[in-house]
Design a protein. Structure first.
Length: 156
């Protein structure tokens, strides 16, 4: 899988991660199931399912480690937000026991931080959405590619 494909998939997943239920690319069916529309539906890649799994990882992450970093993110100017987001994720990972691979720890912490900011600081949503995609594409795209793409990443 090409790095470009990983970047596009990451963008799609982060978009679905931040959507509530109304976007055509990311929506749920009336019977409670999840469905994605658009190119690549038959290739096993489903950004909605992956976003839901990432949301579950984020929900499981201990929120007490996130709150101290929120103040720093709120104070950061827009052009410094990506750097502060990366520092916050690194700090969150350093504060946790290494129960999973470092890449999964980075993914878990970044998704938890993004979800927390989405819920508590809605005005930062566009900035954090860009920060998350940039962070994942910079720090984890190679690892995601080694796994065979997003649909092959084991989310535990």
């Amino acid at each position: 899988m090409s790095p470009r494909d990983i970047e596009q998939q990451t963008f799609d997943i982060i978009s679905c991660f931040f959507e509530e239920e109304q976007k055509p690319v990311c929506h749920r069916t009336g019977d409670g199931g999840i469905e994605s529309d658009g190119p690549g539906d038959d290739d096993g890649f489903d950004p909605v399912l992956i976003a839901d799994k990432l949301r579950e990882l984020a929900d499981d992450f201990d929120v007490t480690f996130i709150q101290p970093h929120i103040r720093k993110l709120q104070e950061a100017v827009a052009d410094k937000a990506v750097e502060e987001f990366a520092r916050s994720v690194d700090s969150l990972c350093a504060a946790q026991r290494a129960e999973v691979a470092p890449e999964m720890q980075l993914l878990r912490a970044s998704m938890a931080l993004g979800l927390y900011i989405k819920k508590t600081c809605p005005d930062l949503r566009p900035t954090i959405q860009s920060c998350m995609a940039a962070f994942i594409n910079t720090r984890l795209a190679g690892w995601i590619n080694q796994q065979g793409g997003w649909d092959q990443v084991t989310m535990t």
